[in-house]
Design a protein around this ligand. Structure first.
Ligand SMILES: [Fe+2]
Length: 177
């Protein structure tokens, strides 16, 4: 058996606010929605940005407590372009109640932020390297791609495990048969 990650389902308090954030700020599309039971509330709303995945996230608006989310630290999404991380970082600065911080794991250039209800989100771009985890250093999002890559190399290549990502994933794939 081989499991690959597909989606997460969140209990939310303010569905309109959450859908606005996930669609208008993060760019998800609503792919489906409907009542969970026989035409009675609550409703489940499905969201995706992946044309091969019916939903990557879903929301059910049954949350009543005012507590911070407490069992999931964050959900993470990969983006194919460095520029996406930069532009999302800029965009998030303009959203009320959202705090965003850049952190590089050596194998990624990431930003971490919260959604309107305090769920943790990471959006990251893969660097060309692998390095053993955990690792984390704040990085300067104003850097251009080339500078950012040079910064990653400078900051992580003293690590013994720093190597091209294809070497690391090549071994992982070989081991998986
Ligand atoms: Fe993460």
């Amino acid at each position: 058996m081989k499991l690959t990650w597909s989606h997460a389902v969140l209990y939310v308090r303010d569905l309109d606010k959450m859908l606005d954030f996930y669609t208008n700020v993060l760019g998800f599309e609503i792919t489906d929605r409907g009542p969970l039971g026989d035409s009675t509330p609550p409703e489940i709303i499905f969201l995706s940005q992946n044309p091969d995945e019916h939903h990557q996230l879903a929301m059910i608006d049954t949350r009543k407590d005012e507590d911070a989310p407490n069992s999931v630290n964050h959900v993470a999404f990969r983006t194919p372009a460095f520029a996406d991380v930069k532009s999302l970082f800029e965009k998030l600065q303009t959203v009320d109640g959202v705090n965003v911080g850049p952190l590089s794991h050596g194998n990624t250039l990431s930003i971490y932020f919260n959604d309107p209800e305090g769920n943790g989100i990471e959006v990251f771009w893969d660097t060309p390297w692998h390095v053993a985890q955990p690792q984390g250093k704040p990085w300067d999002v104003s850097m251009e791609e080339e500078q950012a890559l040079a910064w990653v190399k400078e900051n992580f290549d003293h690590e013994e495990t720093f190597e091209p990502r294809e070497d690391y994933y090549g071994r992982r794939n070989d081991a998986a048969g």
